[in-house]
Design a protein around this ligand. Structure first.
Ligand code: M6R
Length: 612
């Protein structure tokens, strides 16, 4: 979950490294550090605190070296402190390492190294890595150009768990080695310089040409060249992929926070996600080659994801079932992977992940693949780990999402899932064609309708001012409105630290209604015209018990004692969450802002969860 950056070139490395880390702070922000090669000697500057603190550390300004590695940390092993910050050095200070991931067997490795006379100064799992490199380097009596690479490779063979590693060494001051296993890492190719990062946006302003490493592939970098090696240290060839994202996408621009910018980018994100897939009202996916025979044989679809991505999956369940007449189960990835799900070759499994790096989601995919199921990944990041594992990959085109709270990724995911459901339904010919045509027409209207909501947000801002000091809130809905309530509730809790629950309206009186008392805020979403009356009855039940109600609706509902009604545009119910989530995102944003919290970097969270 940590962010890593590296530079090897002719420019002063430290500003590039720190700027890169600043762009990656959404990955972790409890400590930061850099190591720069200064006249064949490694200089490390690090401390707990945010990346900006690095500028204040003694000697950072004076660093002149043009090769360096950097890290922003989300603590796993050992509290945030200077000692536990990365980069970590070996006992002889000849190898510096930054690491993203978890070394699961570090205790065992540490014991072995202690027996060999090594000592440790941090509580991290990472510190075994530079010391193991030191150990293998010393053991190796062969003096050739692959000596350092061999030491790194032998080290990696000992590690269990996940890692993306950057290594510099005074033994080879003109080179850098990077390697990954189950943790993200990309290499940006420049002219006479190369960049490394855990995420593309960190280095997007320098290059658009990227190399992607597979697990256990090593990159051996100099300023002018990147050589790649497999596990046996055979040289392999790789070519770059060009990334379309524009570097502005990773900047805040005129917006106060990334989250707000990303909320406002939704019309464009949805439009680009639909792209040419729905031109002339036909749904096509070049990435998929599903035949009628294949789809007819599917016994079940699993949609697997975490957090917001999983909520997008819940929205799409009804649509898949309605249009394709195939049973769909939506699972939390961390549960799915350990519950021995019923999967065989007739199962289609769909994984949703904005980052494409979420450890549980990738592990769930690998499990299904082992059992013979087809795997389809939906992600926002080109070349991300999940795309290298899945049988099929489909990209949303939301552009870089930097704020920890996911917004435009969600609306793009709901949109693409609807398109995939329609694509399958058209091949299967099991659905009412009028319904399909209506959905297609409505999908094309989504960007304009989101724009309409965003044009006037004054009512939501006002409501945020009224309720920002509250301790608990409830989000209610039925059908897709329940699905959107789960997401609205997650948005609120993660950035405002207000406890909230998303509940199916009809389920409230089976327990949670006991928590409703005078003044408690309840936010109800009503977009399914078949369920309006029932939803209103549920709201009346909480009004009677003193609740303060905000209603988000596209129906003509009479105000029966609600505090505020926010009207949103009409759209087919199955895709209405793309619209109804927008006021809920804005509400969470303004509540967090009113409370003076760090909207983009909420406490304890990181943007992509690359550990299980
Ligand atoms: O990158 P992913 O879509 O796999 O991430 C999944 C969740 O970690 C993510 O959606 C998380 O719940 C967000 N912080 C929610 O805003």
């Amino acid at each position: 979950m940590c962010g890593i950056v590296g530079y090897i070139g002719y420019k002063k490395a430290s500003p590039i490294l720190i700027q890169g880390l600043t762009r990656l702070e959404y990955r972790g922000y409890d400590s930061a550090g850099i190591a720069v090669m200064e006249q064949n000697k490694i200089e490390v500057k690090k401390d707990k605190g945010r990346v900006n603190n690095l500028y204040k550390l003694d000697g950072v300004e004076e660093l002149k070296g043009t090769i360096g590695i950097a890290h922003t940390r989300w603590a796993t092993h050992g509290k945030p402190s200077k000692e536990n910050s990365h980069p970590h050095l070996d006992n002889d200070e000849q190898f510096a390492v930054v690491h993203n991931g978890i070394i699961e067997n570090y205790n065992e490795l540490k014991d072995d190294l202690i027996k060999e006379g090594y000592h440790f100064i941090s509580q991290t799992d990472t510190e075994v890595v530079p010391n193991l490199i030191n150990y293998y380097y010393k053991q190796d009596k062969q003096e050739d150009s692959l000596k350092l690479l061999r030491a790194v490779k032998n080290t990696c063979m000992k590690l269990k768990g996940s890692f993306a590693l950057e290594i510099i060494s005074s033994k080879e001051p003109e080179n850098m080695i990077v390697v990954r296993k189950d943790s993200p890492l990309v290499i940006g190719k420049g002219h006479g310089e190369n960049y490394i990062a855990s995420d593309i946006p960190a280095i997007l302003s320098y290059t658009k040409d990227f190399y992607f490493l597979n697990d256990y592939e090593f990159a051996y970098l100099s300023r002018d060249e990147v050589r790649f090696y497999d596990m046996e240290l055979n040289e392999i060839k790789k070519s770059t992929k060009s990334i379309e994202w524009d570097s502005q996408g990773a900047e805040k621009g005129e917006f106060e926070h990334f989250m707000l910018k990303e909320i406002y980018e939704q019309p464009r994100a949805i439009r680009e996600t639909i792209g040419t897939r729905l031109s002339n009202l036909k749904v096509s996916f070049d990435e998929l080659n599903f035949t009628k025979e294949y789809l007819e044989n599917i016994n079940r679809i699993y949609i697997v994801a975490c957090g917001t991505a999983m909520h997008a999956g819940i929205v799409s369940k009804n649509l898949f079932e309605k249009l394709c007449k195939i049973p769909v189960e939506v699972d939390i990835a961390s549960e799915f992977r350990y519950r021995n799900p019923l999967i065989d070759e007739k199962t289609l499994t769909i994984y949703i992940s904005q980052s494409g790096e979420t450890a549980d989601t990738i592990a769930a995919l690998k499990l299904a693949k082992e059992k013979g199921a087809k795997t389809l990944a939906i992600t926002n990041v080109i070349g991300s780990s999940i795309t290298r594992e899945a049988d099929y990959s489909i990209y949303t085109h939301a552009g870089p999402e930097i704020a920890v709270a996911s917004t435009k990724a969600y609306t793009s995911q709901v949109t693409i899932l609807a398109l995939i459901a329609i694509y399958c339904a058209e091949i299967l010919e099991r659905a009412d064609m009028n319904k399909i045509e209506a959905l297609k027409a409505d999908l094309l209207k989504l960007p304009t309708k989101v724009d309409e909501i965003l044009k006037d947000t004054t009512q939501i801002k006002k409501f945020a001012k009224k309720v920002y000091k509250e301790k608990d809130m409830f989000f209610l809905g039925r059908g897709v409105d329940y699905a959107v309530s789960l997401e609205g509730s997650l948005k609120l809790k993660e950035i405002s630290y207000i406890h909230s629950e998303g509940y199916a309206s009809g389920e409230l009186k089976h327990g949670p209604i006991a928590l409703i008392d005078t003044g408690v805020t309840v936010i109800a979403t009503i977009t399914d015209k078949e369920l309006v009356e029932k939803s209103i009855s549920n709201i009346q039940e909480v009004i009677t018990r003193g609740a303060k109600i905000l209603v988000i609706t596209n129906q003509n509902i009479e105000n029966k004692g609600f505090e505020t009604i926010i009207k949103i545009p009409q759209i087919s119910t199955e895709i209405s969450p793309v619209l109804s989530i927008v006021p809920l995102q804005i509400l969470a944003y303004y509540i967090s802002k009113e409370k003076g919290l760090d909207v983009d970097k909420p406490r304890n969270l990181a943007k992509s969860v690359t550990v299980e």
